[in-house]
Ligand binder design. Structure first.
Ligand code: SF4
Length: 751
């Protein structure tokens, strides 16, 4: 007899509710949970593919270890942890006890895992290293940093109040495809349609005519990397035309006049050439924003992972403030998570990376620095890496250098579902459960367009012998703390729970009967603003609706003086660099020479690097293509469907050409997360749809100076047709790829 279960989809930021049919211990069908308080039945193809992910024959279900012959073979959990213990002890002995010899990398899925969010921190603390890296520095850190500098907290990030706004200005984001990012909003298409249905307007600024742009009232093409110029010109227009009206926030803001002075050199007529947007359009965009009853500006990857990422992120909220749209209904608002607001003070600059001297931001160093920290000899050199659900070889810059660096490590330990381009370099891979783990969106509820709380218990029991993810992480933490290969995980969990309860002021006895992440979650809910308990959520499987977003300022501000800093350092100081870039562009010393600039793109059926092994998501036409405007294709002799070589300052890749006027002339676009043709990668389906790794083209030395975030958009490239006899075929590559774990060849490692 079949049963039904509901759980939140863990795959992307939309956090859709799913209804799963379970038959004979197997999930046989997934559809949207019509009663979910946030998604109301919406789901995308990725949600349905959870069945294929769960049942994927290539997914690791037992630990594997590297053999002397350079292959992976299954091993017991005890054997795996013993190897980790011996390996870490060896690295620490050889480094004289220097904890920085061990680095940690946290991949994007860590942000969707309750266990990883709670116990990943415990592991990092036990490791005691300052070499912590994550996918955040190839993604959203500029937005968090700008928000922290303006409002005080790293999670004090304003999100669009999509359901009540009358005017949405989107820059460098494609939420119809990504399903929202730093904006948890299932069914973006429906929400945008409703904006327009109530007489509102949606405008998309992007070098590509994205799916979101197609669904908007207006698409404004912009040259890659010039969003900050456009935003500054809009700010200048507001001041020049007397349209600044911060409303009730006026008395809370410092720096309005400083912003006026900073913006003055960026008149629309001056930035029109460099941005490719006529001055009249820029002025109109500013006027429309100011005139709309309720409006919001929203920017994402295209604005963060570029040369002025933090500046552009800052200016998005400067516009929201100056037009009176910050912290008000229909504007940019601050969610109120049921588990509390997280850290109120942003910490940064407490240490610097060893090789390049980059400052830490929120306890992390830029992922762009990882390879050099491994391959540069000297005191403090990284010799071991712990990677949690991350594939930096595909998702961070200069993939080739990072691959070589990983291959030179003394020890690499991965917690992952697959043998990936990155984990193929590991000595030990520890698998994690999928539908067998509990779920709560601890991180993403801080970005939801409506306050909700939704807990999912494990849908299926853990397979025999497999520890839960939190137990694996705690065991690693115990090993890192020197407690040997088999630390007392239950005792460690009690310690974590006791410390959490004390910090939050929750009586420990209230948490009796629970353990693991549920106990911590229960404590956080009890200490949160809605006085919820985990039992409340267990009794509400479709989630609890806590209502629309509500104004939260000034209570939420955690700057030293409790005020909004509209022109904070170092952002105000960085405007000189923006001004220099403007002058260079106007003088024709920038990329005004007809060269091509590379931007990324998302696909609805893809999510970074790790969902390409699911047949449901890779069926149909190849998605990893280089999109080229017809004029550029004609100029360069590129034919649709033919292969081309794309070359940057640091690398080159080959992939099929897709000629389309969806990209601006002078711009080419390649999705990230592909390139599954490395020897030894353990996903067979992905290997047959390998694509090419766009991060072979990105330069790890090119980081945005304020946050250290990698510059992944606006990379200068050249394109050339590939002689057909030199082209490798997909099947050629697939033949070079080994099969599933247990037989997969590990990456070669120097003797
Ligand atoms: S939109 Fe995101 S959360 Fe919703 S079903 Fe798709 S992958 Fe899952």
């Amino acid at each position: 007899m079949s049963a039904t279960a509901v759980r939140t989809c863990p795959l992307c930021e939309a956090t859709c509710g799913l209804e799963l049919t379970i038959d004979g211990g197997r999930v046989t069908r997934i559809r949207g949970d019509a009663h979910d308080v946030l998604s109301r039945g919406f789901l995308c193809p990725k949600g349905v593919s959870l069945i294929q992910l769960h049942e994927d024959p290539d997914r690791l279900r037992t630990p594997v270890r590297r053999t002397a012959g350079g292959r992976f073979e299954p091993c017991s959990w005890d054997e795996a942890f013993a190897l980790v213990d011996a390996g870490l002890r060896g690295v620490l002995e050889r480094s004289g006890g220097d904890r920085d010899a061990i680095a940690a990398y946290l991949g994007n899925p860590s942000a969707h895992s309750l266990s990883a969010l709670v116990y990943g921190r415990v592991l990092l603390k036990a490791l005691g290293t300052r070499n912590v890296f994550s996918a955040g520095s190839v993604d959203q850190i500029p937005k968090q940093l700008a928000s922290a500098l303006m409002f005080g907290g790293p999670l004090t990030v304003a999100v669009p109040d999509l359901d009540r706004t009358d005017h949405l200005l989107v820059l460098g984001a494609n939420p119809l495809t990504s399903n929202g990012s730093l904006m948890t909003a299932p069914d973006v298409r429906g929400r945008l349609r409703r904006i327009r249905a109530r007489g509102g307007r949606v405008v998309v600024v992007d070098p590509r005519r994205t799916r979101t742009a197609q669904a908007a009232d207006e698409h404004v093409p912009i040259r890659p990397g010039t969003d900050a110029l456009l935003l500054m010109a809009m700010v200048a227009t507001l001041f020049e035309e007397g349209l600044v009206a911060p409303g009730r926030l006026a008395g809370l803001c410092d720096g309005i006049e400083e912003v006026r002075a900073l913006a003055a050199p960026f008149a629309p007529e001056r930035v029109a050439g460099p941005t490719g947007i006529p001055a009249g359009t820029i002025r109109r965009l500013a006027r429309e924003l100011a005139a709309a009853p309720r409006a919001v500006v929203y920017g994402r990857m295209g604005t963060t992972t570029q040369a002025f990422g933090t500046t552009a992120s800052w200016l998005v909220d400067v516009l929201n403030v100056l037009t009176g749209n910050l912290d008000r209904e229909g504007g940019a608002m601050f969610p109120r998570p049921a588990t509390g607001d997280g850290p109120r003070r942003a910490r940064m600059g407490r240490w610097r990376s060893r090789v390049r001297g980059r400052p830490e931001v929120f306890g992390e160093l830029p992922a762009a620095c990882l390879a050099e920290e491994i391959d540069t000899p000297g005191d403090g050199q990284v010799r071991a890496l712990i990677a949690l659900a991350g594939n930096p070889v595909v998702s961070t810059p200069n993939a080739r250098r990072l691959e070589r660096a990983l291959a030179s490590l003394d020890l690499m330990v991965a917690v992952d579902l697959y043998v990936t381009e990155t984990t193929r370099h590991a000595d030990v891979i520890l698998p994690a459960p999928s539908l067998e783990r509990a779920h709560y969106d601890l991180a993403l509820s801080a970005f939801a367009v409506r306050d909700v709380a939704n807990y999912s218990p494990p849908t299926l029991p853990l397979p025999d012998g497999m520890p839960d993810e939190w137990e694996t992480l705690l065991r690693l933490a115990g090993i890192a703390a020197g407690q040997g290969p088999d630390p007392n995980v239950a005792a460690l969990d009690d310690l974590v729970a006791a410390a959490t309860a004390q910090r939050l002021g929750v009586p420990p006895e209230a948490l009796a009967g629970r353990r693991g992440p549920e106990r911590i979650l229960d404590a956080m809910l009890r200490a949160g603003p809605d006085d919820l308990t985990l039992a409340d959520l267990e009794a509400a499987p479709h989630g609890i609706d806590l209502g629309p977003l509500r104004p939260r300022l000034p209570e939420l501000l955690s700057t030293e003086d409790g005020r909004i800093r509209l022109a904070p350092e170092p952002l105000a100081g960085d405007v000189a660099r923006l001004r220099a870039a403007l002058e260079d562009a106007r003088a024709g010393t920038g990329r005004e020479d007809g060269g091509l600039l590379l931007v990324g793109r998302r696909d609805l059926r893809s999510n970074n690097s790790w969902m390409h092994n699911l047949p449901l998501l890779v069926s149909g036409p190849a998605r990893c293509t280089v999109q080229v405007h017809p004029d550029d294709a004609a100029r360069l002799g590129l034919a649709d469907g033919a292969r081309a070589r794309v070359r940057s300052a640091v690398g080159e890749i080959e992939l099929p050409v897709e000629v389309t006027d969806a990209v601006m002339a002078g711009v080419v676009s390649i999705p990230h997360g592909w390139g599954h043709d490395a020897d030894g990668v353990g996903w067979a389906t992905a290997a047959r749809h390998a694509g090419a790794n766009s991060n072979v083209l990105s330069d790890e030395q090119a980081v945005e100076p304020v946050s250290g975030t990698a510059i992944l958009n606006g990379i200068p490239v050249t394109l050339a047709p590939l002689a057909s006899d030199g082209a490798r075929t997909v099947s050629d590559r697939a033949r070079r790829v080994s099969g599933r774990a247990g037989t997969a060849a590990a990456a070669p490692r120097p003797a």
